[in-house]
Design a protein around this ligand. Structure first.
Ligand SMILES: Cc1cc2nc3c(=O)[nH]c(=O)nc-3n(C[C@H](O)[C@H](O)[C@H](O)COP(=O)(O)O)c2cc1C
Length: 260
C-alpha cells in the first residue's frame, strides 16, 4: 500500500496533471481515478488521502459523490482536497467534506472545459491558458507543501445551496444535450472517443462514433478528439478545445497511476 492516495476525477486532463504534480512532491502516491468506480476503495492503510477534481455544473462530476461514499479512510489519516473550477467553487468540496471530513481544502481557477456553455478563455479572472497552467502548477506546489506540513484549513468548505440545486439538475439537461453529440467529416475513426468515455457510452460503427444516452457530460470525447471532429450541435464547431497538453488521453483511461 502506498503512503498516499489521491482520488482524481479529470475530464480533460487538467486535474490529473495537477494530481500528478502534487504526487511528485509527496512521493509514493497512488492516483486512483474516479471517472468510473474507483479500482481501490480501501484506503485505510494510507497516511494521507486526497481528492483532486473539477467542478461540474456547480457540484461534483459524474457519479463522484457515490464513489466517495464507497471509500474507507482511516480516522488517523490526513485528508485534503483540491477543486479546479472556471468561475466558482460550487458545492463539490462541501459534499466531499460531508462524507470524508477534510483537514485541508482549497480551489484553483482554470479555464473552462465546458465549451458548449462558453469559450474556454471566458473565465474570471481573465488569463491566458499558459498563465492558467502556471497558476495551477503553483497551486500544486502550495498544496503539496501544506499537506507535507499537515496544515489544516480550520473551517468547512462553503455550503453553496444554490449550486447544490444546480448540480442536482444536471441529469435533465444532459439527456437533452446528449442527443446533439455528433462527429463530422474530419473524424478518422481512431477510436479515441470510445476509449476515453468513462461511461462506455460511445462505440464505433463503420468507423464512426455512435453516442448512447448514458452520458455524464464530462466532454472528454469533445476535448480529446485529435481532429476536433466531435461537436455538441453547432455551438462548439468554432470553439477552441482546451485539453491539458501534459496529459495523454491514454492516461485518463488508467485506473491507478503510481508515482514514486
Ligand atoms: C460539463 C462541465 C461542467 C462544468 N461546470 C463548471 C461550473 O459549474 N463551474 C465552474 O466554475 N467550472 C465548470 N467547469 C469547468 C471545469 O471545472 C474546469 O475547466 C476544470 O479545470 C476542468 O478540469 P478537468 O479537465 O480535469 O476535468 C465545467 C466543465 C465541464 C466539462
Amino acid at each position: 500500500m502506498s503512503t498516499n492516495i489521491i482520488y482524481c476525477y479529470s475530464g480533460s486532463g487538467h486535474c490529473l496533471d495537477m494530481a500528478k504534480s502534487i504526487a511528485r512532491e509527496l512521493g509514493d502516491t497512488d492516483i486512483v481515478m474516479m471517472r468510473s468506480f474507483p479500482a481501490k476503495t480501501d484506503a485505510r492503510e494510507a497516511k494521507r488521502v486526497g481528492f483532486v477534481f473539477s467542478c461540474m455544473a456547480g457540484g461534483l462530476p459524474g457519479k463522484m459523490e457515490e464513489y466517495v461514499k464507497a471509500i474507507q479512510v482511516s480516522p488517523d489519516a490526513y485528508t485534503f482536497a483540491v477543486e479546479q473550477y472556471a468561475g466558482y467553487l460550487g458545492c463539490g468540496l462541501r459534499k466531499i467534506n460531508d462524507i470524508v471530513p477534510l483537514d485541508y481544502w482549497t480551489g484553483v481557477s482554470n479555464h473552462s472545459t465546458a465549451i458548449w456553455l462558453m469559450p474556454h478563455i471566458l473565465t474570471f479572472p481573465p488569463t491566458t491558458p499558459k498563465m492558467a497552467q502556471k497558476r495551477v502548477d503553483h497551486k500544486a506546489r502550495t498544496v503539496a507543501k501544506a499537506v507535507l506540513a499537515g496544515k489544516r484549513t480550520g473551517k468547512n468548505p462553503p455550503k453553496a445551496n444554490l449550486f447544490e440545486l444546480m448540480s442536482n439538475g444536471l441529469g435533465k439537461t444532459n439527456s437533452k444535450r446528449v442527443k446533439k453529440f455528433a462527429a463530422n467529416d474530419s473524424c478518422i475513426g481512431c477510436g479515441t472517443c470510445e476509449k476515453v468515455c468513462p461511461q462506455k457510452n460511445i462505440r464505433l460503427e463503420n468507423g464512426k462514433p455512435v453516442f448512447g444516452t448514458d452520458c455524464i457530460g464530462c466532454l472528454s470525447c469533445v476535448q480529446l478528439c485529435p481532429k476536433q471532429a466531435i461537436n455538441i450541435g453547432k455551438i462548439t464547431e468554432k470553439r477552441e478545445r482546451f485539453p491539458n497538453r501534459k496529459v495523454q488521453a491514454r492516461e485518463l483511461t488508467e485506473q491507478i497511476i503510481h508515482i514514486d
